[in-house]
Design a protein around this ligand. Structure first.
Ligand code: ADP
Ligand code: TRP
Length: 331
């Protein structure tokens, strides 16, 4: 039985770090599916920019702010309606830091030591700080501070969501129902989007396609996608090619069949395929690219839309935090 008043709509929540500019993997894997879900009137959506998480890696404030604005602009350009849904910067709702501390005291050390993403990052990064270590606790707080029911994320975030449920249910077991247990929504159709080098596209691997870039650098990035060195005339295998792997995520059924046949027939070079991909990105994201550029020239407008969301996010966060303080004897 739930001992607190729960809102009737399903609450959808997800966040994206501002460690770089959003890329095609973020768009197809997170932003676009989450916006689609938010159009359902039965849902209430909260989307945030995880700038406190970014601080684990980015210490340059100017750069972090630029990335934060670019991430907000990407959400808005991709169709998020900030008058209906709540878009906010994680750092502007400091209640999340207080909740993180409480949750830290309920999180077993070995759970964090076993986190895949910490293990991976601690091998890769030179700055292995305590913030990185408690990342899953802050992420748990991000979610349960807003009574989120559904959290759309990519496959790589599955373990973090399991930890969030574990931490929340261990608190509930000790103190009675306090938190909603969140469910991960992992869209099996959205596979891991490959980057320009064929590995998972990620800001931290420097292999991203930033579809909001100006045409010239965008074309240069597309042309840099790694392929084998088969000559133009030779037939090619579409299924082992990075260019085709990205093209098929964006193209129509007919477009995919055409490019597949071009590969198999030969006399079709990787340069041709890359040019087709470049043109497809421009046409597919034409509207989003214009909106994004306009917003980036107008940071005041981005800020206005964010502040609107932050007011509403604060109200929800404070209600949940008060519930926790009462349970813990801090009120
Ligand atoms: P990055 O790896 O570039 O730092 P984030 O960790 O900020 O990306 O990811 C933000 C969201 O975008 C997450 O839900 C994540 O699962 C999704 N995402 C990131 N990269 C990809 C990808 N290559 N394919 C599919 N989804 C992705
Ligand atoms: N860890 C997520 C990522 O790297 C970003 C994130 C932070 C998040 N807090 C969240 C995602 C809460 C969903 C819910 O992709």
């Amino acid at each position: 039985m739930v001992h607190f008043e729960k809102q009737s709509m399903a609450r959808i929540l997800t966040g994206i770090q501002s460690t770089g500019r959003p890329h095609l993997g973020n768009l197809l894997g997170a932003i676009i599916p989450a916006i689609k879900l938010s159009k359902d009137k039965a849902n209430q959506s909260l989307f945030f920019i995880a700038d406190l998480h970014s601080l684990t890696q980015i210490k340059d404030s100017k750069l972090r702010i630029e990335n934060t604005n670019a991430t907000a602009a990407a959400w808005i350009a991709c169709g998020m309606d900030t008058t209906q849904q709540i878009l906010y910067r994680q750092s502007r709702i400091p209640q999340v830091c207080e909740l993180t501390w409480y949750l830290n005291c309920f999180t077993p050390y070995p759970m964090l030591a076993n986190a895949h993403s910490f293990k991976e990052k601690s091998h890769k990064l030179s700055d292995v700080n305590a913030g990185l270590f408690i990342y899953p606790v802050l992420m748990t707080a991000d979610i349960i501070l807003y009574d989120a029911d559904i959290v759309p994320v990519g496959k790589d975030q599955k373990q973090h969501l399991e930890m969030a449920r574990d931490i929340a249910s261990s608190f509930n077991n000790q103190f009675g129902d306090t938190f909603v247990l969140p469910e991960a929504r992992i869209d099996q159709n959205v596979m891991t989007i490959p980057g320009t080098d064929g590995q998972k596209m990620s800001k931290s691997y420097g292999n991203t396609l930033d579809i909001f870039m100006d045409e010239k650098p965008l074309r240069k990035t597309v042309m840099s996608i790694v392929t084998d060195s088969k000559p133009m005339e030779a037939p090619k295998d579409p299924d082992s090619c990075n260019v085709f792997a990205i093209y098929r995520l964006l193209a129509s059924e007919d477009g995919i069949v055409d490019m597949r046949n071009n590969y198999l027939d030969g006399n079709y070079g990787y340069g041709h395929a890359k040019q087709a991909l470049f043109e497809l990105i421009l046409s597919k994201f034409e509207k989003e690219r214009v909106l994004f550029q306009d917003l980036m020239l107008n940071p005041k407008e981005i800020n206005r839309q964010l502040e609107q969301g932050e007011q509403r996010a604060t109200e929800i966060a404070q209600t949940v935090l008060d519930r926790v303080r009462i349970k813990l004897g801090f009120i």
